[in-house]
Each structure stands twice: as structure tokens, then as C-alpha cells.
Design a protein around this ligand. Structure first.
Ligand SMILES: [Zn+2]
Length: 440
């Protein structure tokens, strides 16, 4: 495991072996969110009665002395690095493939930080980020514990696919159910065996098949503790994104684990710039959580917060972009054109407001309604913090008086039956993308 060259060559061989199949419209996080919002037409801030911890630096769990860490049927001694294995028991035992889990357990007390990558098996940048970060850690010097799962969806990784082997999107099934569908059982196994041990979680992703993302965090900025956490990643771009039921970060946050998603680049490829950027952000996080000194200086110490939306094409045809990722755009500017290749009629996709290109589709053939450019509008840190305070106060108020339990989103504080039932209902994702859901 400690020979990076061999690791990389295996990875490259796998990537070459599994070129992206015919591009299909797959559901990315933001589209799942939009769809959920369209379906539910909800109040902007859903009440979540689960108490969440704050990221006040003074209250980091520092009181307990370092002790051996029991995890996945093993015990990891303080000051050591271990490779453990998690077996998501979805297959019959004799062919089940254990998923490697890297653990650096420090000699000093501190938080438990978890990193998960390749929940979508074709998203490779995060795998490389976890490797680079984990093998840079010095457990002797480390305060707390870092648990890294470089390839959560090993089946998808092997076949170059975003999905589990039953074509389900694992990231719509958390926290899962041990008696549920195959995907729900895998989710439950990961959640209960690993994620439930974390104080903090960073779930690493890339854009879905036909889109690329500027390196960015997705975070529910209506939660003050998540805003605080997002500020620990140095100058990384942070997008407000409340999350969708079934996503790992959403399940974690509802459960009191402070979690964000990191998106960098596109799937099916390794992009060194995106990987470098992500690793630097994670090192900055470790420094800011007082777990380890960062080896690199982050020249932009403050994050830049954005509200954003996808701008869609009004007609189908061939999409050709006229902007690049991270470009600043002005209201009225042409972002790209869509042309019918037969009739030669076309139209432009126009920026509806001033902003920055945070995500975009690569040039391709599209249908009307296709989300082509994600344009972000910058918010000041003060605005974001004020909004988070307001949202959390409103939430508290909404929770206090009535005993109304009619809303299926109201979850019992301790992971009761309702939550499990929710995770198991024919969850949001597959509805929007029939090709991936052999509905149960
Ligand atoms: Zn993903």
C-alpha cells in the first residue's frame, strides 16, 4: 500500500480499461436537490429536531487521553497507522470483497475526522486526495484520528461506474437500513461501522458524467456549525447546498456529525490540479482543527461563499460553451450556444445575473431543459453567518411549540424507525432517472 507508483499504475490501468460508457444523463447532487425541492415545494428550512454539535474550537473533544481505537473488529494503537477492512455485506460471504480503510490514530487527543471517496465509483480525484493526505500523516505528531475510505464503492470503481452493481446511487440511501434494499444495506453498513465514529466528515466527489466542477465545498449554510467548519478549508469556494435526504452528508449532519461534500473536477479522470487543491484544503483543515501542522501555506485564508443555480438550455441541440470554469460573467453575457444540427437554428444561453462559473457541462448534445452552467453569486462571510444564525433561530422556534409530527422529514432524535423508513421509501433519486432504477 505504501508504494505510490504501483498504486497509481494500477489506478491508471483501471481507468484505461473502463473508458466512460455512452454518456447518460445522471443525477448530480444539485439536480437531486432541485428535484426534491420541486417535488416537495417545501419551506426553505426544514425543521430537523436533531441536536447538532458546534465547532467551537474550545469545545473540541480534547479532554480524553489517547487510547487504543476499536474499529472494524480491530484495535488501533495510539501513534500508529493501520489498514483495516470493511466488508459491506451485500454479497454472499465467500465472494464479498473487503474495502480498505486507512486509519491514522494520533498520540494526542483530538477529533475524529473521516474522509470518504468514490461513493460514486467513477469519481477518481478524491481517491488520490485521500491517498496523498493519509500517507503524509505522522501518527506520532497527530492530535486525534483520521479515518480515510479511499474507495467506498469498490464495485463501481472496478467497472468504471458511478453506481453500485445494482445500478443504484449509493449516495441516496444514507443512513441506510440493515433490512432494506442492497444499496440501503451497504449504506447502513458504512454508516454504522465507520461514519458514526466521526466528529467531522468530508465526502469527496466530482461532477457527474457530463459536467465538471470548480473545486468547491457543498455545505448547508443554514447551519452555523457547518458554516464554521467550512471556514476551516482555507480559501476554498463554498456553495450553499442544503443537501438531499439520502445523501451521506445530509444524514451525517442530521445525526450531529458536522459534514460537507468536496467536489473537484470531473469523473473518470485524474486531474492533478484539482487533486492538489483538494489536498491543500484538507491539510488546512487539519491545521485549523489543531490536528496537525499544514506543510503548505494557503495564500487565501478565507473561503468565498456563493449562492448558485444551474442555468438551463431552452432548446435541444449541440451545446458549445463560450465561457470557462471560474470565469466571471456579467448579466446578459452569452454563456454558450445550442444549435439544432439539422435545421441550423440555434439559441444562446444567457447569464441572468453577474456571477462566476462554478460548474458547467462539457460540449455535447443536449435536450431542452439541460442544466448547462452553474453560476454562483458571491456572498460575504457576514451575510452567510447572519443567514445561518437566522435560519437556526427559526428552526428552534419552529421546533418548540407544537407537537405536530405529520411531516415525514421530522426525525426522532435518535435514529428511530421513521428515519429508517424514510431511507427506505423509494427514495428521491431514481424517480428522475429511470435508467438507473430497476424500481424494487
Ligand atoms: Zn459523486
Amino acid at each position: 500500500m505504501r508504494t505510490p507508483i504501483r498504486y497509481l499504475s494500477v489506478l491508471l490501468a483501471l481507468i484505461l480499461a473502463f473508458q466512460p460508457a455512452l454518456a447518460t444523463e445522471v443525477e448530480d447532487e444539485e439536480r437531486a436537490l432541485e428535484r426534491q425541492q420541486e417535488e416537495e415545494n417545501p419551506a426553505p428550512n426544514k425543521a430537523s429536531p436533531v441536536p447538532v454539535q458546534t465547532v467551537d474550537e474550545d469545545s473540541l473533544p480534547t479532554e480524553e487521553p489517547p487510547h487504543p481505537l476499536p474499529l472494524l473488529n480491530r484495535v488501533v494503537d495510539p501513534g500508529t497507522f493501520a489498514t483495516l477492512h470493511w466488508t459491506p455485506d451485500q454479497s454472499f460471504g465467500s465472494i464479498a470483497t473487503p474495502v480498505p480503510v486507512l486509519v491514522a490514530h494520533g498520540t494526542k487527543p483530538g477529533p475524529q475526522l473521516c474522509l470518504t471517496a468514490a461513493i460514486h465509483g467513477d469519481e477518481l480525484n478524491g481517491i488520490e486526495m485521500v491517498r496523498r493526505l493519509m500517507y503524509k500523516l505522522e501518527p506520532d505528531e497527530l492530535a486525534g484520528t483520521v479515518i480515510g475510505v479511499p474507495i467506498v464503492n469498490l464495485d463501481g470503481f472496478r467497472s468504471g461506474s458511478r453506481y453500485l452493481s445494482d445500478r443504484r446511487d449509493l449516495n441516496r440511501y444514507f443512513p441506510g437500513n440493515k433490512n432494506g434494499s442492497a444499496a440501503s444495506r451497504v449504506a447502513h453498513s458504512l454508516y454504522s461501522n465507520i461514519v458514526s465514529h466521526c466528529d467531522y466528515l468530508v465526502d469527496l466527489h466530482t461532477g457527474s458524467q457530463k459536467r465538471v466542477n470548480l473545486p468547491q465545498l457543498r455545505a448547508d449554510l443554514d447551519k452555523p456549525e457547518v458554516v464554521e467548519f467550512a471556514k476551516h478549508f482555507g480559501g476554498m469556494t463554498v456553495l450553499h447546498s442544503p443537501g438531499v435526504t439520502g445523501m451521506l452528508r445530509d444524514a451525517a449532519v442530521k445525526d450531529g456529525i458536522v459534514a460537507v461534500t468536496m467536489e473537484a473536477g470531473g469523473p473518470n479522470r485524474l486531474e492533478t490540479q484539482a487533486v492538489n487543491y483538494g489536498v491543500q484544503a484538507l491539510e488546512t483543515l487539519l491545521e485549523n482543527l489543531q490536528m496537525q501542522k499544514a506543510s503548505r501555506f494557503w495564500s487565501a485564508p478565507q473561503p468565498v461563499f456563493f449562492e448558485s443555480e444551474w442555468i438551463r438550455a431552452d432548446q435541444g441541440g449541440i451545446l458549445l460553451a463560450e465561457v470557462k470554469l471560474n470565469d466571471k460573467v456579467k448579466k446578459g453575457q452569452i454563456l454558450g450556444t445550442v444549435t439544432d444540427p439539422i435545421s441550423n437554428t440555434g439559441s444562446a444561453i444567457i447569464a441572468p445575473y453577474n456571477g462566476r462559473v462554478l460548474g458547467m457541462a462539457v460540449n455535447q448534445v443536449i435536450h431542452a431543459g439541460f442544466a448547462a452552467f452553474r453560476i454562483g453569486e458571491e456572498k460575504s462571510t457576514e451575510e452567510v453567518e447572519a443567514q445561518a444564525e437566522k435560519a437556526s433561530k427559526e428552526k428552534e422556534k419552529a421546533q418548540q411549540p407544537s407537537g405536530d409530527t405529520g411531516n415525514a422529514q421530522d426525525r426522532p432524535a435518535n435514529e428511530g424507525e421513521t428515519a429508517k423508513a424514510n431511507a427506505e421509501t423509494p427514495e428521491p433519486a431514481p424517480k428522475g432517472k429511470k435508467e438507473s432504477d430497476p424500481s424494487e
